[in-house]
Design a protein around this ligand. Sequence first.
Ligand code: HEC
Ligand code: HEC
Length: 207
Amino acid sequence: MKAIICAIAIVLSLSAAVAAAESAATVQADQNAETLATHVCSNCHGAGGDSRSPTFPRLAAQQAPYIVAQIKAFRANTRGEQEAHDYMLGMVALFDDATAEALGRYFAKQPAVAGTPGDPKLMAEGKRLFTQGENGQGIPACATCHGADAHGNGIFPRVAGQHAQYIVKQLHAIQAQIRKSPVMHGIIKNLTPEQMNAVAAYLRSLS
Ligand code: HEC
Ligand code: HEC
């Protein structure tokens, strides 16, 4: 009996030690991520992910799992856009997976950027496409995956408040399969440039 109690005590103290080590590692990763985010990522993506240039996507309030998935995609070179190669390929070699997860957590908790309304007619067209899709072209409602508010969910990115130019550029890259996104490619393969502009104007107006 004594031996059993002793064994249980050892197991319990070992698992407590493992948990403490894990949380210390998480705290360390969170600190690394914050340092990187404020000193490195912010140079392009803006303070707190509030980028001011459409070359650089906004990361503020982005879904953490999506951020991690994109870091992996840059590493695996499945995002073949010139900008992904020029700007992000070297960047993602600077940190490990635990820090990538922590960077996801960091940007996910930054406040979302306020939207900027554009041309009302374009926004209305974009809203219709986003919320209802286009039956005739076999395009489902974008909201099914990106959420009614476009805030995203898990690996489905937040697209609300994103730079319109960046959205259009990504839609072209996915359509041309330069950026490999099998799910999105199937959905938007018939999207016209006009529809891309409309949906981007709508998304840019949200926050
Ligand atoms: C020198 C500029 C630069 C720096 C520094 C930089 N990025 Fe980027 N990042 C870019 C550009 C440009 C893109 C868009 C690439 C494209 O058009 O495909 C991008 C895209 C991304 C994306 C994809 C976003 C989306 O909506 O698809 C993520 C995630 C990302 N960067 C994370 C980071 C993190 C985390 C850091 C800091 C460790 C960082 N970046 C530092 C330029 C930069
Ligand atoms: C079946 C689910 C699904 C539907 C429907 C869908 N998307 Fe997506 N979308 C995704 C996924 C998953 C990704 C991330 C792809 C990746 O990892 O490269 C994505 C990525 C995107 C991106 C890139 C965002 C960024 O930050 O780089 C844009 C823009 C986008 N979707 C717009 C749309 C639009 C517009 C529609 C409607 C016409 C739509 N999506 C419909 C699943 C979907």
